[in-house]
Design a binder for this molecule. Structure first.
Ligand code: PLP
Length: 398
């Protein structure tokens, strides 16, 4: 037997999601004919853009020929993809990010949970409540203490600037689960806080394509000085249907510095590069070609159509809930809707919805204590299922 990392013992067991799965399974067993529809899934339902499929077919054929096959790729991603990201996701938006600040990865979950490795074990971490649980759990595994930043209706679900000094702060915009997004002014306050406190912000922009209000920032680097304090994580999962294909990237600016115990300055870009080169062997060539195709004219058009499709789902779901008298947050710049139940707890609402309408939702308390009393719906279903879900919602007593 070997002594274990006790950080793992501090994790709160994820009973809730297992419990949801068990309840859905039991309902299906008792009602084999029932068509259960999920408004809880955080996964996409629309196929990959055709441009990506074609790019993969071409790349697969290249891999099948001795002249064009590729072995291990560059540690931080092929130049063709890093350049496409640099141009389309930053330069075209007037944002200064260099190719060697972009690290291509197999998705945002890994990046966001791995990045904490380059920081001190006793770094003080700030995490919102409710939250995408990966930020919290990856830091608990590393044995860090966490300060939770409540996001409530009173503060518009935007965390307030803390009085204490934190070293690392995780921010997500547009937000999972609350569906809300930071304004430039709100984000600028966090950038100023990070500068004042020598903190680093890990900015999760996995849902940036869902922002429809042009005044809202899609990148933290739209805020002056943010490159000195922020790392940005982005994903092709929810943008272009890559949840099963796996590709994303993280930007670690060269301006961003840490310090050694001796007080010497050290580049976080360099540290993250070292970490990637040591522990990661790159995303497959075929996948990177698919990701590059997202930025082709056809790819862009298809991505925009899919996002519109999901956002139309969000709109009709939001309207239906409002007609039922719910105050609904999100759904305008994010594929998530967040609303407060009228009677009882999140889990009681979940049970009523499941048993009366065969609809699955996500109880808000699964994202943290501040989520208690709330429900998350997603817009990632098919239109047909979204319409059916609304018809059923209108018939139930919740
Ligand atoms: N960040 C947020 C806020 C998410 O909701 C998700 C997935 O649901 C991710 C990151 C993970 O994305 P990826 O599929 O790129 O790992």
């Amino acid at each position: 037997m070997v002594a274990i990392n006790t950080g793992y013992l501090d994790l709160v067991p994820n009973y809730l999601f297992k419990d949801i799965a068990d309840k859905v399974k039991a309902l299906k067993a008792a009602n084999p004919e029932a068509e259960v529809i999920s408004l809880g899934i955080g996964d996409v339902t629309q196929p990959l853009p055709d441009a990506c499929v074609k790019a993969m077919q071409k790349a697969a054929a290249e891999m099948g020929s001795a002249e064009t096959m590729r072995g291990y790729g560059p540690d931080f991603g092929y130049a063709f993809l890093r350049q496409a990201i640099q141009k389309n996701d930053y330069a075209d938006w007037g944002i200064d990010v260099a190719e060697d600040e972009i690290f291509v990865s197999d998705g945002s979950k890994c990046d966001i949970s791995n990045i904490q490795e380059i920081f001190a074990a006793d770094a003080k971490v700030g995490i919102t409540n409710p939250v995408y649980p990966v930020y919290r759990d990856s830091n608990i595994m590393a044995g860090r203490k966490i300060t939770f930043l409540p996001c409530r209706e009173e503060n518009g679900f935007i965390p307030e600037i803390p009085k204490e000094k934190l070293d690392i702060v995780y921010l997500c915009s547009p937000n999972n689960p609350t569906g809300t997004a930071f304004t430039k002014e709100e984000l600028a306050k966090w950038v100023a806080y990070a500068k004042e406190n020598q903190a680093v912000i890990i900015f999760d922009a996995a849902y940036k394509e869902y922002i429809t209000d042009a005044s809202l920032p899609k990148s933290i680097y739209e805020i002056a000085g943010a490159k000195e304090v922020a790392i940005e994580s982005r994903s092709f999962s929810k943008t272009a249907g890559f949840t099963g294909l796996r590709c994303g990237y993280m930007v670690v600016p060269k301006e961003l510095k840490g310090f050694t115990p001796a007080g010497e300055e050290i580049s976080l870009n360099q540290l993250w590069g070292r970490r990637m080169a040591t522990k990661f062997n790159g995303v497959s060539y075929v996948t990177q070609r698919a990701a590059e195709a997202i930025f082709s004219p056809e790819g862009k058009k298809e991505v925009a159509e899919t996002i519109r499709y999901y956002m139309d789902n969000a709109k009709i779901l939001k309207q239906a809930l409002e007609d039922m008298g719910y105050k609904v947050f999100g759904g305008e710049n994010a594929p998530y809707l967040w609303f407060k139940v009228k009677n009882g707890s999140s889990e009681e609402f979940f049970a009523r919805l499941l048993n009366q309408a065969f609809l699955v939702c996500t109880p808000g308390n699964g994202f943290g204590s501040e989520g208690e009393g709330y429900i998350r719906f997603t817009a990632f279903g098919t239109r047909e299922n979204t319409q059916k879900a609304i018809e059923r919602l209108q018939k139930v007593v919740l």
